[in-house]
Structures are given as structure tokens and as C-alpha cells.
Design a protein around this ligand. Structure first.
Ligand SMILES: Cc1cc2nc3c(=O)[nH]c(=O)nc-3n(C[C@H](O)[C@H](O)[C@H](O)COP(=O)(O)OP(=O)(O)OC[C@H]3O[C@@H](n4cnc5c(N)ncnc54)[C@H](O)[C@@H]3O)c2cc1C
Length: 477
């Protein structure tokens, strides 16, 4: 019995907590019924799961925060859940974190230690998936891709070994774990990270009338790409249901790492470049990194409240409804004509919940070579994409074709600008060229690493790197 071999908890379909245990962040996957969910407490537990799966032939699905857009962390087999492996410690210039720790918990627990790590812009994303896929957010321009700061990772391999991957040990595995995608090479139980020195931050938010959307998108992209690396910023076009007077609205917001007067000057410049004034502009008071990020990610909710509903007695964090999406990375600021095309695809006349989202990248992320880590996108300036959602459970169960058709139209609008795709923001529908699109010239080396560490493709999901057929490789040790 696997249950007897675990320090942690095994939840089976007959157990009362099964429904909750099966959940990912997106409600779409609530219909998936895993054979069991193992809440691991230690690397020993993870190893017991791997051995059990090897012995019985059951598939494993690796899960940390459960935010996979395309449901890659669940399935009909055994979900190996690392959410309880969420420790945080600072030692000798490094930070050690359990792979299951969520962004908001890491920010909160690192605060008294005077060190911080790079997170994305959503509170409950798990570091396990975030880091193995790359890790992008408001700190990207100043501090680089989050996985660039991995010093080492403790990994349970498909053959039952537990190894440390670093520059000196298993260097090819270490390379692959930094952007080659989660659920592919092994189960990371702990990361050692180079922290950032918990700088002070100031948040800002601007809202713009939809009538000015093309000017704002064009100006914001040029402003972000040419501006200081101290600015971390996103832009979203929101539908009428979230805009004043039932009209769509454009929001550009983020955080600034420098002096407040520099931020004010930068926001003046954004207004100047746009040629019109925002309907709303607000800057927060400068504050500690953890506090400002917490406020940006969780608003006034406490850490406990900010978790996904059901996962803690006080948690009220929302889940995401059935969504179809199209995301790409782009390499330069858009022209006015391109902005109009992108907005036309978004379609202001449509009813329904949908977004056009951009996160500014570049800066330090692009001062690393394309093949230095598995994350290849060192020419990307923006993550750009579209999401459309339905909250009608019956419609969602049918998998509404109109959402996918909309996402396909949006994907076609983005394609001429694309330099690649980010494995952590995959499109709902991917074509045969997905591997090159996500990994570029790093794909062959990733296949070789996969072949060396997992020739039987024990760790796999719909878009994981496959082992190179027939290859014998000298890679790794
Ligand atoms: C609402 C939302 C906001 C997001 N915001 C950002 C953002 O700002 N920046 C950004 O870069 N990304 C963002 N993402 C994408 C996010 O980084 C990816 O979905 C990431 O893979 C999620 O990690 P997870 O552990 O939460 O998810 P999971 O679903 O648990 O895992 C995702 C993938 O990683 C694998 N995996 C998980 N844990 C491990 C592990 N310990 N070892 C090996 N493989 C593992 C899984 O098998 C799966 O393939 C966002 C996603 C959502 C849904």
C-alpha cells in the first residue's frame, strides 16, 4: 500500500477530501478523476510515489501549485502533490525553498529574513512549475528570468535516484531544469536560489479610456521597452463588464524599484508618449518588497485569505473558469497599425469575459545567451496574449467552439509579431511546430537530456519534451 509508505497523506476517490484534492486553479479540470493524490511531505515521500508508479505501471502527474493552463499536472494516474513541501530558509547567501511553495507564502516568509525571490504576478502559482518553465514577472527586467537564479535543485529521477543538479553536478539536468518545462525531467523537491536583496518598491496603476487603446498600447510598449529596468509593468485590455460605464478599459500597472520621483517622471513620460491623459493615475507609498508585492497580488486580503478557496479555513482566493487562450512572445514594441490589428482581434463589440494581456520583459533577461539555460527567449520584449472565459458551467462542459475560434483569430493576429512561445503560457491549441516555438535551438539538447535521465518517458504530459529515439548520449553523469 502506498499509503503505508508515506509520511504525508494519500487521498483516494473514496475519501471525503477527494473533490478538493483533485482541483487545479482552473475549474475546467474538475472533471478529471485521478486514481489518487499523494500530498508528499518529503523527498522520501516523492521517491515512494515514483517507486510505486514504477512497480504498478500507474502514470504520475507532478503538481506544485496547480496553475497549469492546459491541465498538465493532473490526469487519471497518481498526482504527486508538493504543495506541503513549502519550506523557506535563507542560508549563506542563498534561499532554499520547497518546490511547492506559492508566491505569496514565499514573499511573506522571506520578509523577516531580509531576502526575496522573484515571483510572477499571481499569488498562488507554485515555484515548482514557475521555475522549471522559466519564471517571468515584474522583476524580469531588473533581475532576469527567475530560473536564471537557480543555484541548484534537488531532483527525484525516474529511475529512483535523488540527485542534486547544479553547475558542478548533473550540469545538463541543471541546464534543462531552467526553462525546459516542468513535469519532464524529474520531480524537483527543493530549489536553492540566488535571492534579491529585498529592495523597496512603489506600485502604480493607470486606467485609460478604450477609445485611446491603440495609442496606449503603442506608447506603453515603446515606453516599457526603452525605459528603465526599474519598471516592472503589465497592460491589460478589460471588457465592458469591468470598465466604467460598461465600456472596455485599458489598465497599465506594475511596480517601480527606484525613487518615487523617478516613477512620477516616468509616468509623465507615458502620458506624453500616449498623447492623452489617463482617466485614473495612482502611485502607492514606497514600501518593503514583500508588502508592495502582497498588496499588488492580494489587495487587502491576508496571506491566509489570499489562498485558493477551500485550501485553508480562511481562504477566499478565486479560481479561474473555463478559458481558451493564445499567448506568444514578441520581440519589439508594436506600431500603431499593429496595435489596431491586435485590438480588432480582441473585438470591443463582443460580449463576454476576455482579456488582452502584455507583460514587459527584456532588460536583464536578455543579457543572458539563448543557449546558456534551456529558456531560449532572450530576444523577447513582451509576453502578449488573449484569454476568453465562460462562467456558465453547462456551456463550459460542452467546450464552447466559439471561445476556441476567438482564440484562433487572436493567435493569427499575434503570429506576425511572434518570436516564440513561453512554455508556462501555452496556447490552448498548439500546432506541430510547438517544440521549436517553445524551445528554439535548445530543443535537440533538451531531447538528449530527457533521453539520458528519462529514456522511458516516465514523466510526461501533452507538451513535454520526448526522449530522442535511439540516441545514446554522453550527457549528464
Ligand atoms: C492565473 C495565472 C497567473 C500566472 N502568472 C504568471 C506570471 O506572472 N509569470 C509566469 O511566469 N507564469 C505565470 N503563470 C504561469 C505559471 O508559471 C505556470 O502555469 C506554472 O507552470 C505553474 O506552476 P504550478 O506549480 O502552480 O502549476 P502545476 O500545475 O502544479 O505545474 C505546472 C507544470 O509544472 C510541472 N511541475 C509542477 N511542480 C513540479 C516540480 N516540483 N518538479 C517538476 N515539475 C513540476 C507540472 O507537472 C506541470 O507540467 C500564471 C498562471 C496562472 C494560471
Amino acid at each position: 500500500m502506498l499509503r503505508d509508505r508515506l509520511e504525508g497523506e494519500l487521498v483516494l476517490p473514496s475519501d471525503p477530501g477527494y473533490g478538493l484534492a483533485t482541483q487545479l486553479q482552473n475549474t475546467e479540470y474538475d472533471t478529471v478523476t485521478p486514481a489518487g493524490i499523494a500530498y508528499c511531505h518529503s523527498a522520501k515521500d516523492v521517491l515512494a510515489c515514483v517507486r510505486y508508479a514504477r512497480d504498478t505501471g500507474v502514470r504520475v502527474h507532478v503538481r506544485s501549485g496547480g496553475h497549469s493552463f492546459n491541465g498538465w499536472s493532473t490526469g487519471g494516474g497518481l498526482v504527486v502533490d508538493l504543495s506541503r513541501m513549502n519550506h523557506v530558509a535563507a542560508r549563506a547567501g542563498a534561499v532554499h525553498i520547497g518546490a511547492g511553495v506559492q508566491s505569496l507564502d514565499a514573499l511573506d516568509r522571506l520578509k523577516p529574513l531580509g531576502r526575496q525571490i522573484i515571483t510572477g504576478t499571481f499569488p498562488t502559482v507554485g515555484q515548482g512549475g514557475f521555475l522549471t518553465g522559466g519564471g517571468l514577472g515584474w522583476q524580469t527586467r531588473r533581475f532576469g528570468v527567475a530560473s536564471d537564479r537557480i543555484v541548484s535543485a534537488r531532483v527525484v529521477l525516474a529511475d529512483g535516484r535523488v540527485v542534486t543538479a547544479s553547475a558542478g553536478e548533473h550540469p545538463d539536468l541543471y541546464w534543462a531544469l531552467r526553462g525546459g518545462g516542468g513535469g519532464t525531467f524529474g520531480i524537483v523537491t527543493e530549489f536553492e536560489l540566488l535571492p534579491v536583496d529585498a529592495p523597496r518598491l512603489t506600485s502604480f496603476e493607470t486606467l485609460w479610456s478604450y477609445e485611446d487603446a491603440a495609442e496606449v498600447l503603442t506608447a506603453w510598449q515603446a515606453w516599457a521597452a526603452e525605459g528603465s529596468d526599474d519598471i516592472g509593468t503589465s497592460l491589460v485590455v478589460l471588457p465592458g463588464m469591468f470598465g466604467p460605464g460598461g465600456r472596455p478599459v485599458v489598465k497599465a500597472w506594475g511596480v517601480h524599484l527606484g525613487a518615487p520621483e523617478d516613477l512620477e517622471r516616468a509616468l509623465d513620460e507615458l502620458t506624453e508618449r500616449t498623447g492623452t491623459k489617463p482617466v485614473h493615475r495612482e502611485t502607492g507609498a514606497p514600501g518593503a518588497y514583500a508588502d508592495v508585492m502582497h498588496e499588488a497580488l492580494c489587495g487587502s486580503k491576508t496571506v491566509q485569505q489570499c489562498h485558493r478557496t477551500g485550501t485553508h479555513p480562511e481562504a477566499v482566493g478565486h479560481r479561474h473558469p473555463y478559458t481558451r487562450q493564445a499567448y506568444r512572445l514578441t520581440g519589439r514594441a508594436v506600431t500603431r497599425a499593429e496595435a489596431e490589428t491586435l485590438l480588432k482581434a480582441w473585438d470591443p463589440d463582443l460580449d463576454g469575459e476576455r482579456y488582452l494581456l502584455c507583460i514587459a520583459l527584456g532588460g536583464a533577461a536578455n543579457r543572458v545567451g539563448r543557449t546558456e539555460t534551456a529558456y531560449v527567449h532572450r530576444d523577447a520584449q513582451f509576453l502578449m496574449g488573449y484569454q476568453m472565459a465562460t462562467r456558465d458551467a453547462e456551456a463550459a462542459a460542452r467546450g464552447p467552439a466559439e471561445l476556441q475560434e476567438w482564440a484562433d483569430r487572436c493567435d493569427a493576429a499575434l503570429a506576425p509579431l511572434a518570436t516564440g512561445s513561453y512554455i508556462n503560457f501555452p496556447a490552448s491549441r498548439t500546432g506541430p511546430g510547438w517544440e521549436a516555438d517553445h524551445f528554439g535551438e535548445n530543443a535537440p539538447r533538451l531531447r538528449a537530456v530527457k533521453h539520458h535521465y528519462d529514456p522511458d518517458d516516465f514523466f510526461r504530459h501533452a507538451q513535454s519534451i520526448r526522449p530522442e529515439p535511439g540516441r545514446t548520449t554522453e550527457t549528464g553523469r
